[in-house]
Design a protein around this ligand. Structure first.
Ligand code: GLA
Ligand code: ZN
Length: 677
């Protein structure tokens, strides 16, 4: 089962008519008509309304909401309503609320905060999902089920401790195996009974917050366990839905690069992936592109849904600028360019009270259509209508894979080591950005993904090596591909214990180096790196981390220029099979990273389309009938003019574009080229 059936990109978003009298619904639907909004996500936080008491279910209002949306011809993404639990539930069953990392037992309040090990929560949430599905499964307007909302966080209560022990028993079978995996001879931690095992919050193994643990193995397993425990809630609701709705696809909305949950562990259980795009600031197009590609990679490159984005403001930060004119449209097309088969907002109408009353919305408090935001939404709605089915189901023709691994992320950032300033997301983003700036399509995939179709595999900060990954990376190089890894790769096995080998452990033969030691310095210290490959040269800067490399067959591509290791290798290339293994030992600046990635990709004919035009993003998709779609996205506030490198029709304007002729993009402009034959 894959995505909901559709004849065009579904357009709309979260809609909460239960907060309003029905006269307002009339106004909403006329505005939805004007903006060509065809899809509404309903009931994400309706639990207390539907079930006002343990033994009372009241569907009066939801029935009317669903019937109205159906009568208006809208597709419905129907939620199970379990993103926030009702006050009566928390009062009757105190176990429902979580115990936090600091050990504080929470009381009723906020949302997304039920203990995943609470039997009462599981029972009531599942029953709610069951009843909602039973009631609306035969409503043809319901195109998808939306379970919970933005699963996340963690609980450290006694029930979770029990469930953790069960999870560990299933994983290790014996205490001897667990003691070995956790390396418990260290600091007298040998466990002699399962009941002695504690979760690892601030009261036990941690100090100075979640990144500082005495036992990485324990914390790592708790993160894996918690990811699985929360998944258990999703699976129970999904199973309850399936009792009456065998065919309608089920999803839950992810959050991109969200550290607490390993989305690769969840992905097989979703019928299609979806996510909420709230970039950290308004200057992050590469970050968004990476997140889109990561979500697309969850289901083997299958398109996903953009479940939420704000039409203008996200109000929860300290300073909250609106999206500038054209930016909402640009970012919507960026999502489509990277594989989104929907464009949905949070939210369609602004709520009147509580913490999201100033959140961006298609319809504001005054209900006007003559606002900038509404106009831009309506314009996008018209464009999506016009483009119709052209992009649906289209796949990304990437020849490059970038590995993304939650275990490596967790292990790297919770380990005392060279530097707390080296952050996994930043390292991954810098290598992704090199591809993104060049305009090279990339799949962001799990370490378990099939790598046999890629010419280039980038593995930034591949701290942990699991399973047969080293062999599969070697196979990429053996058949002529290139593999790149960076500092802090190949350090630990899947229990987070160091390899009893030279660094980079089992990756040593592929990269032809051994790392003798590291140097780590504050961000103010620069060690210049001179890069040279063929006739290409660059003087780059490196910061934060400098591994000291002793080549074991690899050729030197870059050398450090200062300190006691001046003249020694910072970047190497090892011929391996018909291909090569590149190792970047230094924290190169973006210019350096981009230079190295270019040298890696060029021999494979992977050069990108407009690599020298800053701010111009390109992305390709190939429709199921083989039609090639090329997206050009101008992230700058100035116009850009390039020489077109492909011919076809711009589906947004109907204009013909000819290869070799000038092609102009307006500030924040978009071209969606359907390439000729
Ligand atoms: C998340 C949630 C929504 C809403 C938005 C606000 O994505 O899923 O319910 O709170 O954030 O940005
Ligand atoms: Zn708990």
């Amino acid at each position: 089962m894959t995505l909901p059936d559709s004849t065009k990109v579904p357009f709309g978003g979260d809609y909460n008519p239960e907060q309003w009298p029905e006269e307002v619904w009339d106004q909403d639907y006329r505005l939805f008509d004007a903006a060509r909004i065809d899809t509404v996500t309903l009931g994400v936080f309706d639990w207390a309304m539907i079930q006002p008491a343990a033994d009372v279910y009241d569907f009066t209002i939801l029935d009317r909401i669903v019937a109205r949306a159906a009568a208006e011809g809208r597709g419905i993404c129907l939620a199970t309503g379990t993103g926030a639990h009702p006050a009566w539930l928390a009062r009757a069953y105190p176990e429902v609320t979580r115990t936090d990392f600091e050990g504080r037992k929470h009381r009723f309040g906020q949302r997304h905060n039920a203990c995943p090990s609470s039997p009462a929560f599981r029972r009531f949430a599942t029953e709610l999902a069951r009843r909602i599905a039973r009631r609306y499964a035969d409503t043809p307007a319901v195109v998808a089920w939306h379970v919970g909302n933005e699963y996340g966080g963690a609980c450290y209560c006694d029930r979770c401790a029990e469930a953790f022990r069960d999870w560990l028993r299933a994983r290790y079978t014996t205490l001897a195996a667990l003691n070995a995996a956790w390396y418990t001879r260290f600091w007298s931690h040998t466990f002699t009974a399962w009941d002695e095992i504690e979760p690892p919050p601030a009261l036990t193994e941690h100090w100075r917050g979640p990144d500082h643990t005495a036992f990485q193995g324990i914390t790592l397993d708790y993160l894996r366990f918690m990811s699985d425990a929360l998944l258990g809630g999703f699976l129970a609701e999904k199973a309850a839905i399936r009792e009456s709705s065998p065919d309608t696809p089920v999803t839950t909305n992810f959050m991109g690069m969200y550290r607490p949950i390993d989305y690769h562990r969840w992905a097989p259980h979703l019928d299609f992936a979806s996510w909420d795009n709230y970039p950290p600031d308004d200057t992050s197009p590469a970050w968004m592109a990476l997140a889109h590609d990561l979500i697309r990679g969850l289901k083997d490159g299958q398109p996903f849904w953009l479940m939420e984005q704000t039409p203008s403001v996200t109000p929860c930060r300290d300073v909250n600028p609106p999206k500038r004119p054209g930016v909402m449209r640009l970012w919507s097309w960026q999502a489509v360019a990277h594989g989104a088969d929907s464009v949905l907002f949070f939210q369609l109408r602004a709520s009147r009270g509580a913490c999201e009353k100033y959140h961006g919305a298609v319809i504001g408090h005054a209900g006007r259509r003559d606002t900038r935001v509404f106009r831009e939404v309506a314009q996008l709605g018209a464009e999506l209508d016009q483009v119709g089915a052209a992009t649906l189901g289209a796949r990304t023709p990437a020849r490059v894979a970038l590995l993304f691994d939650w275990d490596s992320w967790w292990a790297l950032e919770m380990s005392d080591g060279p530097s707390r300033l080296v952050r996994y997301q930043q390292v991954v983003l810098s290598y992704y950005r090199a591809l993104w700036e060049a305009g090279i399509d990339v799949d962001v995939v799990a370490v378990t993904a099939d790598l046999s179709n890629y010419q280039v595999v980038l593995a930034p900060a591949l701290h942990m090596l699991k399973g047969d990954l080293p062999q599969r990376l070697e196979q990429v190089a053996t058949r002529g591909g290139s593999v790149l890894a960076t500092f802090l790769s190949g350090r630990v096995d899947e229990d987070d214990n160091a390899f009893l080998l030279d660094v980079p452990g089992p990756l040593g033969p592929l990269f032809g180096v051994r790392i003798d030691e590291w140097d780590a310095r504050g961000p103010e210290v620069v060690n210049p790196v001179l890069l040279q490959f063929g006739s290409e040269r660059l003087a780059a800067d490196a910061r934060l981390l400098f591994e000291l490399v002793i080549p074991q067959g690899a050729d030197v591509v870059g050398t450090y220029q200062s300190d006691f290791y001046a003249g020694t290798p910072a970047v190497t290339r090892n011929p391996f099979g018909a291909g090569a293994g590149w190792y970047v030992a230094a924290g190169l600046d973006q210019a350096g990273v981009s230079w190295v990635v270019r040298q890696v990709c060029e021999p494979h004919g992977l050069t990108g389309r407009y690599p020298t035009v800053p701010g111009l993003e390109t992305a390709a998709r190939v429709a199921p009938d083989g039609t090639r779609l090329l997206f050009l996205l101008n992230h700058r506030a100035e116009p850009v003019e390039v020489t077109a490198d492909a011919s076809g029709v711009d589906l947004l304007t109907g204009r013909q574009v000819d290869r070799g002729r000038p092609l102009r993009l307006e500030p924040h402009g978009v071209v969606l080229l359907r390439e000729d034959g």
